[in-house]
Design a protein around this ligand. Structure first.
Ligand code: HEC
Length: 190
């Protein structure tokens, strides 16, 4: 390859990387709108089966949906008012580590409840992405179990936030985190 051709190949390669990054960004932004819509439907007691099926058709990669857990500055949904490090994943970790006082829960109640419904929505969506064949000895049944754990813990988190129950909120966040970590260690590649 001449220097010139190598240069061209490099430029083409770099723009492809850039193009893919922009595309992934747009995908996850769209995915978040869908997640928030499904979360609102769940809160309103509506049936979400059709919307979940549509999401599964629309996004090939589960990553576009999981990206919602990142801080808002990284293109995630974020917890509460926009701020650095406001990611839902970070918030769940801190809720599991240190119990909030009842006063703090009451102050954050609306955001905690909203986050709970977002997590139920993501659990329902993730369920639709269950692998069709086993991976490293883990089966689609294991995947389903993790999404069920995730949903159950999210419901407990909502109840605890509404009740202002510090201990129950910490337990719910701990269980929710375990569902994430258990699935990631079995099914996530990186
Ligand atoms: C049932 C399985 C499962 C559960 C439960 C699960 N995840 Fe994931 N998650 C995955 C997989 C698989 C990937 C990688 C997807 C890919 O690479 O296409 C992933 C990727 C991610 C990513 C990376 C997104 C990005 O943009 O790079 C984040 C963040 C994440 N998950 C957070 C969470 C959090 C937080 C929870 C729990 C509240 C959770 N996940 C629960 C399976 C799961």
């Amino acid at each position: 390859m001449t220097k010139f051709v190598r240069g061209l190949a490099l430029i083409a390669g770099l723009s492809l990387v850039g193009f893919n990054a922009v595309r992934a960004d747009e995908e996850s932004k769209k995915a978040q709108k869908d997640i928030l819509e499904i979360a609102a439907d769940i809160e309103a007691g509506k049936d979400i089966a059709a919307k979940v099926a549509a999401v599964k058709k629309k996004y090939e990669d589960l990553n576009s949906l999981m990206h919602a857990y990142k801080p808002s500055e990284k293109g995630g949904i974020g917890f509460g008012p926009k701020a650095k490090g406001d990611g839902i994943e970070i918030k769940l970790n801190s809720l599991a580590k240190r119990a909030l006082t009842k006063t703090a829960i009451d102050k954050e109640k609306a955001d905690l409840v909203k986050t709970g419904y977002i997590n139920i929505a993501i659990a329902k969506i993730t369920d639709a992405y269950a692998p069709t064949k086993p991976k490293g000895g883990k089966t689609p049944k294991d995947w389903k179990k993790f999404t069920e754990d995730m949903e159950k813990a999210s419901k407990s988190l909502i109840d605890a936030a509404k009740a202002g129950d510090s201990a129950a909120l910490k337990t719910a966040a701990t269980n929710l985190n375990s569902s994430c970590n258990n699935c990631h260690s079995d099914f996530r590649d990186s």
